[in-house]
Design a protein around this ligand. Structure first.
Ligand code: ADP
Ligand code: MG
Length: 645
């Protein structure tokens, strides 16, 4: 048992195994003070109630045939005893077959009392003071909010997997989730995430694939081969995939909106995450993630759940087949849908408040594999294709894309090529005859751009109303107008924040937003910081807030997106526990929404303003998200291309 959320997970699974339809989960102080789960399941007989705390006592393996079930359910009979050994636990239960219930009280693994009690059929397990007797573990517990976030995420996951059941989650007096039984997953998605997300979701057609596994090839040694004949029959395994995915317009900044269930159990799996990313390859920027709610069903032999004791990691026997099946199914659904770029309509007061996809807080599932899962993806699959250089316009030259976001003023991709050449003109090439004009004034050949160079760029025009082309004393520059403005605004917001106030715009009508449980938790945590960055928000009923003012420059229609984005950032930043990171993340989000877009014509004055404001920024070479702002075609490159050096 690592943390309160792991306890909740074990107890919830027990309740599910007991055939329950109603789950009430109550926690206090992020689960440290109290975790209580009540269900309406089959309950336990008095003797079984005591037995449940013996190690390896499980009611779930009644005969040898059931041993197969170990494959799906994992090793049994470990959870209750281990929870009871690190907490004060009270079990109250009544089986449908008994008229009276049983109450067992345990502390630190020792049974204190065992009495009869009156109660309805079902089970209630109350855990107080988790880890009270394990001081080392107690120290490692994160803040209450973090632990609560893990629990909220977990319960939300389970509620999505079981739409036909009722889930209630309460934190002290606050209700974080309360969903009644519905017929379809679609309706459950609506209950949890609101109407907005449904519009962005594509329902997968129920997809099935059979994997035919070829028999192992054996040497043709006569009689043995004959004996093994039936073993050599190809075996057929069935895979089934259902669920929802978002169109590429939904771009989440973390993986917490990816929900994976294999045979009904919540899992995290690198292979499946990779298959999802492969499906969205080229449809979405590499650092973005979709919303996905996927249910994969397969033969129990296909999946080994005992790789990790908490059973959240699995190993598939035919991983690559499965990977391709998931990737292709997703990709086919995405292309069949032909999603068009979404134009966000201005949110108006009174219409149902759209909700962002639940930015469920990371959980221990996500966390454990967090750093490996996507980092191990071959970079070829994750990288964006190099920008296409338009050939029909202008001379034929190639701009090299930097391999990674360029460092400040370091256009090493051009520099590196120049660096191997001797700095003088005494190269192998013929000197250019004088009739072609004088070689450039001193200074023009400088390879390393400096701040001064940037400040006297002269805008010549735009390409595609998106990229400013500018002449500089060291060559030709192409500047992405959106990311350039983003950088300017980002630093401006942070400067204003440090000086005490970010410029705000008062809204004529407050925007009312409904938050999901996870967002509510994040909101409570960072409301003050958000207000410092130019949002004026206040609680407005249950899990609802009213936005009365927003940072200047953000279009009204974008405000709610920024807000949800900010809550999402909060969740990522939670891990780093750094206020500074959080603040920078929020500023980046504001800057991105307020910045001029691409495909926008700019007049000369605006372009000049943009370039000079960019020159004054601290890091003019990459945007807050790490994308390059400018490309430079150096004078040396130009000269070389014209064979003048
Ligand atoms: P396992 O779930 O692997 O069997 P646990 O330690 O989690 O092991 O639980 C031990 C036993 O306690 C279970 O096999 C089950 O019989 C009983 N049990 C636990 N929780 C419940 C519940 N909510 N309702 C009915 N029986 C339960
Ligand atoms: Mg169990």
């Amino acid at each position: 048992m690592e943390r309160p959320a792991s306890v909740v997970k074990e107890l919830l699974e027990n309740s599910l195994d007991a055939g329950s339809h109603e789950f009430l989960i109550q926690v206090e102080a992020g689960g440290r003070r109290l975790i209580r789960i009540s269900d309406d399941g089959c309950g336990m007989l008095r003797d079984d109630a005591l037995l449940a705390f013996e190690r390896h006592a499980t009611s779930k393996l009644s005969d040898v045939k059931d041993l197969n079930a170990i494959a799906t359910l994992g090793f049994r009979g470990e959870a209750l005893p281990s929870i009871a050994s690190v907490s004060r636990l009270v079990l109250e239960t009544r089986s449908h077959d008994e008229a009276v219930g049983t109450r067992v009280e345990i502390a630190g693994g020792k049974i204190l009392t065992c009495d009869e009690m009156a109660r309805t059929p079902g089970t209630t397990i109350t855990i107080r003071d988790l880890f009270y007797n394990v001081p080392a573990r107690k120290k490692f517990l994160r803040t209450e909010q973090t632990e609560l976030a893990h629990i909220a995420s977990l319960v939300t996951h389970y509620s999505l997997a079981h739409p036909d059941k009722r889930f209630q989650l309460q934190h002290g007096p606050n209700e974080l989730l309360n969903v009644s039984p519905v017929d379809e997953i679609r309706e459950r998605v609506y209950q949890v995430f609101g109407s907005q997300i449904l519009k962005d979701l594509i329902e997968l057609q129920d997809q099935e694939r059979e994997i035919v596994i070829a028999p192992p090839s054996l040497p043709p040694s006569a009689s043995l081969a004959a004996q093994l004949d039936d073993l050599r029959e190809p075996s057929v395994h069935r895979l089934r995939l259902r669920g929802f995915i978002s169109g590429p317009q939904v771009q989440k900044m973390n993986r917490n909106s990816i929900f994976l269930f294999v045979n009904g159990r919540l899992i995290r799996d690198k292979l499946l995450l990779h298959a999802i990313s492969a499906a969205y390859h080229n449809l979405m920027p590499p650092a973005c993630y979709p919303f996905a709610l996927l249910f994969l069903d397969c033969d129990p032999e296909e999946v080994d759940v005992n790789v990790h004791p908490s059973k959240t990691e699995v190993r598939f026997r035919h991983g690559s087949v499965l990977h391709d099946f998931v990737r292709d199914t997703l990709r086919n659904s995405l292309t069949a849908q032909r999603p068009i770029a979404s134009i966000s309509a201005p949110a108006s007061f009174g219409s149902p408040p759209p909700q962002a996809v639940a930015e469920l807080p990371y959980s221990d599932f996500t966390q454990r594999i967090e750093n490996q899962a996507w980092d191990q993806i071959p970079s070829a699959m994750m990288s964006v294709p190099p920008p296409v250089v338009e050939e029909e316009e202008g001379p034929d030259f190639t701009l090299h894309r930097p391999p990674s976001p360029p460092r400040r003023f370091d256009f090493h991709y051009t520099q590196e090529q120049g660096a191997v050449e001797p700095p003088s003109f005494a190269g192998q090439r013929l000197r250019v005859p004088d009739t072609h004009g004088a070689i450039l004034p001193a200074g023009a050949m400088a390879e390393a751009p400096t701040l001064e160079v940037l400040s006297d760029l002269r805008p010549l025009g735009q390409i595609h109303d998106s990229f400013i082309v500018a002449a500089g004393r060291d060559g030709l520059w192409i500047i992405d107008q959106h990311v350039a403005h983003e950088r300017i605004l980002f630093e401006q917001v942070l400067r204003q924040r440090a000086a005490g106030g970010v410029e705000m715009q008062q809204l004529l009508m407050p925007i009312v937003l409904e938050l999901n449980p996870a967002q509510q938790i994040e909101y409570d945590r960072i409301a003050a910081e958000m207000n410092g960055l130019g949002f004026e928000t206040e609680p407005f009923g249950i899990r609802t807030i009213a936005v009365k003012a927003a940072p200047a420059g953000i279009a009204t229609g974008d405000i709610e997106r920024v807000l949800f984005e900010v809550l999402e950032i909060a969740e990522i930043e939670l891990r780093k526990v750094s206020l500074d990171e959080l603040r920078r993340g929020i500023a980046a989000s504001i800057a991105c929404r307020a910045a001029i877009k691409i495909n926008m014509r700019l007049d000369q004055r605006k372009m000049e303003w943009l370039l000079s404001a960019l020159a004054q920024t601290e890091y003019p070479m990459s945007c807050p998200h790490g994308r390059p702002i400018a490309l430079r075609y150096s004078t040396r490159e130009i000269l070389r291309s014209f064979h003048r050096i």
